[in-house]
Structure formats: C-alpha cells, structure tokens
Design a binder for this molecule. Structure first.
Ligand SMILES: Nc1ncnc2c1ncn2[C@@H]1O[C@H](COP(=O)(O)OP(=O)(O)O)[C@@H](O)[C@H]1O
Ligand SMILES: [Mg+2]
Length: 232
C-alpha cells in the first residue's frame, strides 16, 4: 500500500470477499495478469498531460482507468490530459468536497467521470457512488482506485505513477480526517482541492501502464504504439 493511503478500511491485500472465498470461482480483474504492460519515464507535467491526451484516443464509453501512486505523483495531471484528449468540459481538478465529478463531452463523445477514492475505505462505499450507473456511456478514471473498483468493469487500464521524492507535506496533507471534522479552509497558495502545490513541474516520474482483460488484449498493439510515442 502506498504511503499516505486512505485512512480507513481494510487493506487491499485483504482482498474482496469473493477472492477470499474459495467457493467463488470468479477471477477478479486485479488477480489476473495484465495482457499488456509498459514502463516509461515521463519527464514533466506537460508530458504527463500529453500522455493522458494520447491515451484518451484509445478510450471510449465503458472504459475504466485505475490510477495508483502517492500523493503528488501526477494522477490528477494525467486525468487533465485525458480530459483534454476526450474534449470534455473542465477544469479537471482534485476532487475534495465531492468524490466523483462528471465532465460532459463537448463534442458528443464519451463523458469523463473522474473519481478520487482516497477517502473511501471499502467496496460498499464505492457501490454508494454508483459509478456503474455512468460507466457504460463514460470513460471512468479513479484515483486511488486500486483494489476497490476493478470489478466494476470486465477489464481496465491500471496506471501507476511513482514519485521518487515524496511531496513535501504529503504525509499530513491527506491525514485521516474524522467524519465529523469541519472542512478546513483552503490555505492560501494551496492547490485546487486543498492539496499543496508540489515542487517543480519537471520531475521524471516512472509510469507503469498495464491493461487487463480482453478489452486491452484486443487493443494491445494500439496501446503499445501510443506509449512508444511518448518521450522518455
Ligand atoms: N513528470 C511529472 N508528471 C506529473 N506531474 C509532475 C511531473 N513532474 C512534476 N509534476 C508536478 O507534480 C504535481 C502532481 O500533482 P497531482 O497531479 O495533483 O498529483 P496526484 O493527483 O497524484 O496527487 C504537480 O504539481 C505537477 O506539476
Ligand atoms: Mg489527485
């Protein structure tokens, strides 16, 4: 589990009930091997957005993208690029007061559903979000969704961003917040969503892209081609 992970709930390694129950034969997406995996080094925030925009060219209604990586790794930056590539209404920002936002398409294509599962501790809470209501006609991207949302779709793209040097203040920025705690006022200079601005925009961030399920098996060549275009 990455440092700074959501405060409550069972660790993903505990696995969902069906994975622990040997009587259930369902193979869960996160337990499968990826059909395609690639690693790349993304040299800056602009290139991270470009990667997102290029990936958006492969994404359509029903696609699920799960983003993993520590606070400040670049997950939201990547989603901004996906939003640009899809041509949806922005701005795409870190959701704090809402857990999921719908960005409607401005050109009659798939909407973008952008969720942040950081504060969600269990699949039950994920169910409450009703992400599956929009899934079929949207591209759904979930930050911190690893181990929580994969079962919503038969396949998914998992993108893991590493942040070699932890964000300053990252440990406290998303510290556990009791449910009844007042929402803190946004600090001056804080990023959208109350997160701190994180250092320079041009740090190399290792990114691993893995496609799961038949959907990405079928699109493996196109995915590789898109990733091969990426600098780094
Ligand atoms: N290679 C990079 N890719 C993405 N973001 C980067 C990169 N280098 C520096 N940054 C900076 O790191 C921060 C990433 O923030 P954000 O996307 O909100 O992270 P997360 O959503 O993972 O918490 C931004 O301030 C961005 O400018
Ligand atoms: Mg974010």
């Amino acid at each position: 589990m990455p440092a700074g992970r959501r405060p409550a709930g069972p660790p993903p390694s505990a696995g969902p009930p069906s994975a622990r129950d040997p009587g259930v034969a369902t193979v869960l997406a996160e337990d499968r091997s990826p059909t395609v995996t690639a690693r790349l080094a993304v040299p800056g925030a602009a290139q991270m957005r470009l990667l997102g925009a290029r990936l958006a060219g492969l994404l359509g209604p029903g696609d699920l993208v799960v983003l993993a990586g520590a606070l400040g790794a670049g997950k939201t930056t990547l989603v901004q690029g996906i939003g640009d590539g899809l041509g949806v209404r922005g701005p795409v920002t870190s959701p704090t007061f809402v857990i999921a936002r719908v960005h409607p398409s401005l050109r009659g294509g798939a909407d973008l559903v952008h969720a942040d599962a950081y504060r969600l501790g269990s699949r039950l809470e994920v169910d409450d979000l009703d992400l599956d209501a929009d899934l079929d006609h949207s591209v759904t991207v979930v930050e911190w969704g690893e181990g929580l949302v994969e079962s919503l779709a038969s396949g998914h793209l998992r993108i893991t961003i590493d942040r070699p040097r932890p964000a300053q203040g990252a440990e406290s920025a998303r510290a556990p917040v009791p449910a009844q705690a007042p929402v803190p006022a946004q600090a001056p200079g804080a990023g959208v969503g109350g997160e701190p601005e994180h250092g320079p925009d041009d740090e190399v961030r290792p990114v691993t892209v893995a496609g799961y399920g038949g959907r990405w098996e079928a699109a493996a060549d196109r995915l590789r081609a898109v990733l091969a275009e990426q600098p780094g």
